[in-house]
Design a binder for this molecule. Sequence first.
Ligand code: GLU
Length: 464
Amino acid sequence: MKPVRTRFAPSPTGFLHIGGARTALFSWAYARRHGGQFILRIEDTDVARSTPEAVQAILDGMTWLELTHDEGPFYQMQRMDRYKEVIQHMLAAGTAYHCYTTREELDALRAEQEAKKEKPRYDGRWRPEAGKTLPPPPANQAPVIRFKNPKEGVVAWNDAVKGRIEIANAELDDLIIARADGTPTYNFCVCVDDWDMGISHVIRGDDHVNNTPRQINILQALGAEVPTYAHLSMILGDDGAKLSKRHGAVSVMQYDDEGFLPEAVINYLARLGWSHGDDEVFSRKQFIEWFDLDHITASAAQFNTDKLLWLNQHYMKQLPATELAARVKPRLAARGIHTDAGPSLEKAVALYVDRSNTLNTLTEALTACYQPANPTSELLAQHLTDEIRPALADFSARISTVDWTQPAIAALIKEIVGKHALKMPKLAMPLRVLLLGQTQTPSVDAVIELLGRQRVLAALQKIA
Ligand code: GLU
C-alpha cells in the first residue's frame, strides 16, 4: 500500500476561513488516521493577490487549531525552476507544444464560436498531429505552452465523496501550462507538486472539481500516479446562503478573538459534512481514530452557530479550573482587570462557567468580581427597601464572625431569612446588588464565599 500523504494547499489571499480550516482538518486527520504525512503547501503564484500577511494568518490559524504539518510549508514561488524543468520535459516528450495564437486571433475565434452558439475553446491550430503541417513560427513572438490533452475517450475518477465522475476528453481543450513570459499556470503547478510531493489523497473544496479532469490528464502525461480525490461540499451559513463575511466570523482567528476554544472549533468543524453515527461530542484523538472518507456527505453542510456555542460551553466546562483561569486571565488583563489581588480566579471561573458559553462572556461576567461594586441608585432604591434593612444589618453583624465556608454562609442566610420572616430573594437580591452591582449572579452564598470577608464587609457598609 502506498503511504498516505495528504496536503493542504491554501492560496494566501486572505485569512484561514472556516471552509479552509475544515479542508485542512480533514486532510490532517486522514494523514493522522493512517499514520501518514500531512504537507502544507502555499499556492502563492497569484502574485497580485498573495500577501505575506495572509501567509502568516494561515500559519497562525493552523497553529491555533494545532493542525501540525509534517512537511513544508512549501511555496510554489520557490519552485519555479522545477515547473520550468517539467515543461521542458513535456515539450521534448511531445505532451506539450508551443502555441503562437495571438490575443486578436483568440478573440476572433471566440466571437466565431459564440455566433455559432458553441462553447468557446482553443481550436488546436498549433497542436502538432501526425500528418499535419504547422505554420512557421512567427518571428519576435513568444509562444505560450499548451498541454496536449487527449482528444479521445474519457477522463474519469471515483471521487471519495461524490462518486464516479466522468468527462469526455472532447470537452477539454488544450490548457495553457506556461504563459508567454514563461511563468507556469495554476493547474499545472498543482500537478507537479502533487506528483513531486507523492500526494496519495487530495482532499479539497468542490470548487476544484472542474480542475480535476485536467489535472488527471496532466498527471497521466507525466507518468505520475493519480491520487484519490475527495471533494468536500461547500458550507452554508445559518441562513442557508453560501458562507460569507455577512455571517460574521469567517476567519478562524476571529473565533479566537470571540472567545471560542480551539477544541470546540475542531469538534464543530469535524461534524461539518462528516459524521460518526449520532456522535456530536468527541475529542481530537477520537476524531482521528474515527475519521474516514466514506462518511463525508456529498450534500452541503450548514453552519449552526448555536451548536458551536453549545460545544464551546461544553469544552469550557471540561477544562480544569486552573486551565480555564489561565485562558481567561489575559482577557481580563486586556480589559485592565488584574486578578492577583482579588478573589481566586480558579474559584471564580468554576462558579461562572455554567452561565457563559464563550471565554468572552465569561470574562465579561467576571469583571464584577474584581471591581468595587457600583450599584445604580435605581437598583439600590428597588432592592434596599426599609423592610429589608433590619435583616441586612443583622446579617452584616453576623457575617464578620461566621465560619468562611459556603455551607456556613448559606446557613446564616437561611437563619436570617427565617428570623425576619422574609422570602429568600428579599435578602438575596439586595446582597447581589450591594456586592456586585447586579441582580443576575450565581447563588449568593457562593458569591459571598468567593469575594471574601473583607470585600463583603466593605460592601455592606453601604447600608449604614
Ligand atoms: N490553492 C487552492 C485554494 O486555495 C487549493 C488547491 C488544491 O487544493 O488543489 O483554493
